[in-house]
Structures are given as C-alpha cells and as structure tokens.
Design a protein around this ligand. Sequence first.
Ligand code: NAD
Length: 366
Amino acid sequence: MKSRRDFLLELGGSAFSLPLLSSLASTEAQALAPDKQLRVVLVGLGSYAERVATAMKDCKKARLVGGVTGTPSKIDTWSSKFGVDKANFYSYKDFEKLKDNPDVDAVYVTLPNSMHHEYVIRAAKMGKHVICEKPMSVSVKQAEEMIAACKKAGVKLYIGYRMHFEPYTRELIRMRKAGELGKIMHVNAYFGFKSGDPNQWRLKKALAGGGALMDVGIYCINAARYATGEEPVWISAEEAKTDPVKFKEVDETITWQMGFPSGVIASCATTYNFNNFERLYVVGDKGFVELSPAYGYGPIKGRTHKGEMSWDTSKMHQTWQMDGLADCILNGKPDPNVTGEEGLKDMKIIDAIYKSIAAGGKKIML
Ligand code: NAD
C-alpha cells in the first residue's frame, strides 16, 4: 500500500510540492496506518516515556515510531533499545516537522505537567491524534483549551489513565455496573509515596502545577468516580504540611471528601511524604472490592466479598493501555472513560480541592 508521501509525490512530482498540497494533506493526515497499527511518537523521553516504550514492545495494535527530545544523545540509545528509525526523532524546536511525517498517527505527551497544554495544542494543529499524560494540565482553563483545540482539528484526545485498561480495575468497574456490590455505600481511596530529590520538577509549582494531589492524588479522584459511577457535587479538603522547606512550592499531604448525588461520600488522601499508602476500598450493601496496591505499576492485588481476585498480571499496564487506545483511534471502539473531557472533570475536582484548602476546609459545591 502507498504511503501518504508516495501518494503526494506521485501527484506533485517532488517533495517541494508538499506545502502546495497542504489542504489535501490535512484531510488525509488521519489516514489509518497501512498495517492497522497506531504509530506513536513520544514527546519528552524521560522515565515514564521509557516505561511506555518498553511496554509498547509487546503491543499488537500500537507501535512506537519516534520521539521528541532535547537531548540528542538519547536518539542513539532509544533507536537501538526500541528499534526506532533515527530519522523519526525531533528536537522540541523541530516539533512541527512531525506534520510532514505521514508515518505518525499519534503524539503521546509525557512532559512535565505544565508543558502538556502547549504540546497537546501544537500536536492537534498538526492533525495528529493526541494522548496526554495525567494530570492533563495545570488548570481547568488549560484543559478546556486543549479539548477545544483537538475538537477544532478533528483529532482524538485521550489522557493516560492506564488503570481503565488494567484487569483488576476493569473487574471492579464491571462488578459495580452489574450490581454485584449492590448500592455503593462508601469509597476509601488513598495513594502517595515519599518523594526523593528535592530539586526535581515535581516539587516546582511552575512545572508541576501542584504537588501530591496533581501527581498521584488524581488516581483517587478518578477512582472515586469509577467506583461510584457518579460525579461529585461537593468537595471539602485539608492539607497537612510537615516539611514546609521541601514542600515550599507544592502540596505535601492532603485529605479530602467527595460528596456524590446518591449521598455516598468518598474519603480520600494523598501524600509526597511517606510510603506504603495505596488502596481503593469500595463497599456496597451487597459486597465490596478492595484493591491494594491499587494504582501503581503492579501487580495490582485485590479481594472481594467472594474471595481473592485473580486476574492476568502478565502484561505491563501500558501495553494494555496502548493496544486499547489504538482500538479506539483506529477501529472506533468506545473508550473506557479516558477522553480529554474525563481529564477535565478531574481538573475541576482538583481545583475545588485547592479552593477548599484555601478557604480553611470549607465545603465547595461543584
Ligand atoms: P521525567 O522527569 O522522568 O521526564 C520528563 C521529560 O521531560 C524528560 O525527558 C525531560 O528531559 C523532559 N523535559 C523537557 N523540558 C523539560 C523541563 N523544562 N523541565 C523538566 N523536564 C523537561 O518525568 P516523568 O516521571 O517521565 O513524568 C512525565 C509525565 O508523565 C508527567 O506528566 C507525569 O505526571 C506523567 N507520569 C505518568 C505516570 C502514569 O503512571 N500514568 C507515571 C509517571 C509519570
């Protein structure tokens, strides 16, 4: 099958004709991969990008085809480690050159949080589908602009909410939807860890947007929503800061409540200052699910009122995620609640949590 470039060259005769054919190019930009695999470029080749790249080696429907980096030495390493063509690496300055690469279907933004907004919008303008890491942005306004830009460009926007593709989490959601837990009565969700290097970007407000809440507390927010199947109507929150030097710019430990229309309250907490803090407990009037660990890279473990859970843990979460997203983008399969709109809902809750803290724990209506 001919690539878009072959097709355009045939029509225009030379590569110099490409800009003249930009309108044709833009309509064809989203053409499916000839081999039905989603061809992905990662933007920001840091530690999470490396994990995604490793996981994608086992994908059937998605394939890593390139990267965007400010560190030229990574091109050699990544090319040999992940079998990626060196011609498909770009600098941040050359990011827009991706537009003319017909062998790229989607851009996956794995940069520090405050950079998501810019790179998602720039990717959308190039007509590429976008996957963006969590938190999708550092403000509600940014999230809304990202959604609008993708809509305008006619491209998909998904957030890297990998738990929605993970078997234990999927089983929890299935049980809740099937009524096996009965009426949901309470959710308890917490996730945190002791952060190391005091100089890392995660502790700088300008790059991270916030602290533990934006980084890992967001898993609990998202979990409270998938555990209840409801959207919260009020929030109240408090912060504890035991190390005001290290956590001068961002939040350290936050506890919060989310009130849902049914009357259920989710009780949640997050931290950057201690380990062994990871659980999701959903209790209904007919049964319960407890996942612990519940959000890390796994293996996830769990039990229900029927006994121990036992699901496939042979794949990395990101392998499931990227194959799943490829199915959504290439085959129009419905996504499991991981769109930009879902990311925006979490950003609004994060915003309300910070507002409640600033107001001394006051209940904030959503
Ligand atoms: P990281 O520090 O390991 O990687 C960040 C990358 O961005 C590096 O390659 C760095 O060089 C690059 N970069 C470009 N400009 C930069 C700047 N001005 N300052 C700092 N770095 C800059 O971080 P990470 O852990 O890979 O996190 C990246 C994103 O992935 C974050 O949004 C984070 O929340 C998300 N993440 C998601 C998961 C998950 O399980 N879904 C896990 C970890 C991280």
